[in-house]
Design a protein around this ligand. Sequence first.
Ligand code: PAF
Length: 274
Amino acid sequence: MIIARTYEELTAARATLGQTGLVATMGALHQGHLALVEATRQNGLTPIASIFVNPTQFGPKEDFARYPRDEAGDIAKLEEAGCALLWLPGMEEMYPAGSASTVHVNGPSQHWEGTQRPGHFNGVATVVAKLFGQMRPNAAFFGEKDWQQVQVVRRMVTDLHLPVRIIPVPTMRETDGLAMSSRNRYLSAEERKAAPKLHAALKHAVQYLLAGKEPSATLHNARHELAVAGMVPDYVALVHAETLEPLASLQQPSRLLAAARLGHVRLLDNLAVC
Ligand code: PAF
């Protein structure tokens, strides 16, 4: 695996590769990231990856400083997964002095994480646009766990006519249903036992909705399940799967989104409804 730390190293390496599939990450890699690397190969592309903990997508009170970092471990995992190129930019490569441009995506960024984390999606869209410009992938693979992020990136790529195919990959889960996330390592043993209840509540809600139960009563029930499990829900919502506008009645394509706090950890999950 070629490791590029400067833009010159990146462009030299990129020129030696054919059709590529990008896995953009903030490191602290787990099986979910490695499934994205595998998906690039299944799509006939050469896997390339980036690791950059992007400060502009963290709010002032969020965990940028203590976000898990494990460069040596991540490099070993990507090597083993057969990644061809790893882009490891420093801050000055991504945000050189004088940088003055940001990408703001309206529409799918407006609610949910957009409300809970003001500015988050500006940071995501900006850094993803930069990564696309720097790495020139033919396709980019994103985990469905961050469903809203996938829709924001898709919207950006469509609106800005960027020549990158966006390929969502199903959420990787632990055996008890908990969606894999770099932040799961912060859960205490007791919280780890409670955490799969988020996925369970969403599964129950999908069943109720498909059985004809009212969305508002279903969402109320899901919030109650989370509260009983010791979580503080930020939102549980039935939304249009692409625009992410809230839905008052069931229609296609729809998705359930949820975010809940468990101790100091914020858990996110989502499921397709119909
Ligand atoms: O999903 C993530 O890890 C990040 O939001 C991303 C896409 C790498 C942008 O920093």
